[in-house]
Design a protein around this ligand. Structure first.
Ligand code: XMP
Length: 520
């Protein structure tokens, strides 16, 4: 009962739009399973029995670059409803005999869409005056309709903004219903999914849990599974899910690098070993990490040392456990989705990421990746369904190299202690003021500069603490969170009054880009 094969789904064909993942998420938010496939990988041998509808995404290509667009006309003969969005809309028109040309007036940003005729696709979408604001991003446009199509809506500059061939259940829209800027955009997707594709809701955390547990059992059989547990959301959910499936045959390895957040190791042991009775090997490697990192201040060197040491330790302990055939990883759907590379863009290497997953290549273990078709928010909901605490499930992301990269310069035991305490005060204050869940990630860092201050009547000369709090969708870009002055002063006072070693607190107001989220 693999997720892929057992759920009715909406298939999203990706032409490289930056919004393809958003389309999939929106459909899933409606309670319906959706999957993305690159147009390059599209082959009509794919199992069509579970596909109830197809969405063609937008994309950076134009329909004249027909060699680059791998698209099979046969799709239109499957008798499955199709919705084309932006580029997808142009693909439908061109493939079925219409015309697409460079537009005289490009449309970027908001445009007023006006109704021309009623359609199932736009039911309850337009306001009383028969119009709605939609978000556009295109420079080509459909100039001649394909045979059998009718116009449903237009904008001032574009005659064929929404089109349909209702008898064949083919629909095209020039705007993007998946972005929040399009008012009531979700209604379009809802109409397509439920009124046109007639698919029933099948995507709930409860359902996912049942299917995924069944899948894990089927995949691993009687073998043992090993899992690198970091205490973060993904590895925690993986561990709990697999434990529900195979119980004692799961062995988790938790490496305390000494670079974790305050009391994190105690919480992991309490939750996984004591509460859930999961087989957990606790490796105290604090001294080892600290020794290897002594006098190292180059960020990339730090990352490499930590990553390599982690693999070594993990392998050592993994080898000690007999009959293990599988390694569990917390790979998520965005890591697998092809759309990242469809446009062929190459990003330069900014940092060598270290992740507890994807490590021991030498070990020749087979992989089990139960979260590979889920988005982060779905993983969080699944975690709650698995009875993990909100504290674990709603926790902000934490980088593999831990506090080492929040402490530019040399790492010392004294600095780690100061930083853990400062971070703890900041995070607890966010929770006390109900701000924690409004923020995507927040942390304290310790800067390697000392500045002069005055406490009582005495001069101080101490480190500077930097606070960072950002909002983000996926960590690829980020904006700083706006705190009010009272909150900032309260946190600053608390840190300085309670922690010996800090006499100045600053707030990082740079977005990403140009900065990154972490300091190193
Ligand atoms: P940056 O600093 O690259 O961070 O803007 C983006 C997101 O990734 C996290 N991060 C890491 N996560 N291993 C991880 O698992 C790493 O080596 C790593 N480095 C950064 C960071 O905390 C942020 O959420």
């Amino acid at each position: 009962m693999d997720l892929n094969n057992n759920l009715n789904k909406i298939l999203i064909i990706d032409f490289g739009s930056q919004f393809t993942q958003l389309i999939a998420r929106r459909v899933r938010e409606l309670g319906v399973y959706s999957e993305i496939i690159s147009h390059k990988k599209l082959n009509l041998k794919l199992d069509k029995s579970k596909i109830r509808g197809i969405i063609l995404s937008g994309g950076p290509l134009n329909v004249y670059q027909s060699k680059k667009v791998k698209f099979k006309k046969e799709l239109f003969k499957l008798n499955i409803p199709i919705l084309g969005i932006c580029f997808g809309h142009q693909v439908i028109s061109k493939e079925l005999g219409g015309k697409v040309k460079k537009a005289k007036n490009r449309e970027f940003g908001l445009a007023k869409l006006s109704r021309i005729k009623n359609s199932r696709l736009t039911q309850n979408f337009f306001n009383k005056s028969g119009s709605n604001n939609v978000w556009m991003s295109h420079s080509d446009e459909v100039t001649k309709l394909a045979k059998g199509f009718k116009v449903v809506a237009k904008t001032e500059t574009s005659k064929f903004s929404v089109i349909e061939n209702s008898s064949r259940k083919l629909y095209g829209i020039q705007f993007h219903p998946e972005v929040t800027h399009t008012e009531k955009g979700k209604i379009i997707l809802k109409n397509f999914v439920f009124s046109i594709c007639m698919i029933k809701k099948n995507w709930t955390s409860k359902n996912q849990k049942k299917i995924l547990i069944h899948d894990v059992k089927k995949t691993v059989g009687n073998s043992k599974v090993i899992c690198a547990l970091s205490g973060g959301v993904d590895s925690s959910v993986v561990a709990k899910l697999i434990h529900n499936a195979i119980g004692k045959k799961l062995i988790c390895i938790f490496v305390n690098t000494g670079l974790l957040r305050k009391n994190e190791e105690a919480q992991v042991v309490k939750t996984f070993k004591k509460k859930f009775k999961i087989n957990l090997i606790y490796v105290d490697a604090k001294n080892l990490f600290l020794n290897k990192l002594r006098k190292v201040s180059d960020p990339e060197k730090k990352r490499k040392i930590i990553g390599n040491l982690f693999i070594k330790i993990f392998e050592k302990y993994a080898k000690k456990t007999k009959n293990v055939k599988y390694l569990a990883q917390g790979t998520l759907y965005p890591d697998l989705i092809e759309s990242k590379s469809v446009t062929g863009s190459q990003t330069s290497k900014i940092k060598s990421h270290h992740n507890v997953g994807g490590l021991p290549k030498k070990m020749k273990l087979k992989l089990v990746e139960p979260l590979r078709l889920l988005f982060k928010d779905e993983v969080r909901k699944l975690g709650l369904e698995l009875k993990l605490s909100k504290e674990i499930v709603l926790r902000h992301p934490f980088p593999g190299p831990g506090l080492a990269i929040r402490m530019p310069g040399e790492i010392t035991e004294q600095k780690i202690k100061i930083l853990k305490d400062a971070d703890d005060i900041f995070i607890k204050s966010l929770k006390n003021f109900n701000l924690y869940n409004k923020i995507w990630q927040a942390y304290a860092a310790l800067l390697p500069v000392k500045t002069v201050g005055v406490m009582g009547d005495n001069r101080t000369y101490e480190y500077m603490c930097l606070l960072r709090a950002i909002t983000s969708e996926d960590g690829m870009t980020a904006d700083t969170f706006d705190f009010n002055k009272e909150f900032m002063q309260l946190v600053s006072n608390k840190i300085i009054n309670n922690i010996k070693g800090i006499n100045r607190v600053v707030y990082d107001i740079t977005s990403k880009p140009p900065s990154t989220i972490e300091l190193e």
